[in-house]
Design a protein around this ligand. Sequence first.
Ligand SMILES: C[S@@+](CC[C@H](N)C(=O)[O-])C[C@H]1O[C@@H](n2cnc3c(N)ncnc32)[C@H](O)[C@@H]1O
Length: 273
Amino acid sequence: MRLDVVTIFPEYLEPLNVSLVGKARARGQLDVHVHDLRQWTYDRHNTVDDTPYGGGPGMVMKTEPWGDALDSLLADGYEAGDGGPVLVVPTPSGRPFTQELAVELSERPWLVFTPARYEGIDRRVMDEYAARMPVYEVSIGDYVLAGGEAAVLVITEAVARLLPGVLGNAASHRDDSFAPGAMANLLEGPVYTKPPEWRGRGIPDVLLSGHHGKIARWRRDEALRRTALNRPDLLERCAAADFDKKDREMLSILGWAPEPGGRFWRKVQDVEE
Ligand SMILES: C[S@@+](CC[C@H](N)C(=O)[O-])C[C@H]1O[C@@H](n2cnc3c(N)ncnc32)[C@H](O)[C@@H]1O
């Protein structure tokens, strides 16, 4: 996979040399190019921003440097369609970044990121490139950062670990929270390692039982428990068919019940209110 990042803070992307992403680069699984946006400014002050039309506080990133930067890097191998690039624009006003979106992006050969600063990028830039490639405006959460570089690091790490051969154990992400399939709307439960006792705290007996069926059931129950506690909205999104008989028993212990229509589950006390 090829990644291009255009930024006014190239040094902010240094973590792309470290750990999983760094190793994927070293192995040639990721081809990363970080570009300084100011390379495409032609005035003495390397200006990338200007005052907003319509007034108001803050500055807006100008069309010309972004246009020239994107044209220049896209000239190196652009093709339309599935084999071509997608533009990933970090913005708090974008669609939420989810595991599902990480999977979608991991299937593309080329991601071009445009992390902004100030009040963001002049709208015409996204509209211009949307005519040439898919544009994903993506938010990493309901809060506002000073710039999009941290969002690029987040998205890159989530995508890179899904690429074939990047994780040592290919099954590692199968049981992750949000993993497509049985875990799509569930959070992973707690995990333990040696020693078996630490400061008087043991581990659940079932994990020492060697009984794979019982361990899988315990993990599933803990995933349901944690999801009910921390992300009830995820459980409410599940279809009734997503739960087996044992799941339903666990949900009922946790105080959840089927909606009259049978599709979603919600807290018993909410139903009674
Ligand atoms: C100060 S923010 C601009 C916020 C903008 N005025 C708004 O309210 O939507 C500057 C840049 O940081 C990045 N950014 C901030 N919060 C983000 C988030 N939650 N997800 C992704 N990118 C974010 C984007 O690149 C954004 O253009």
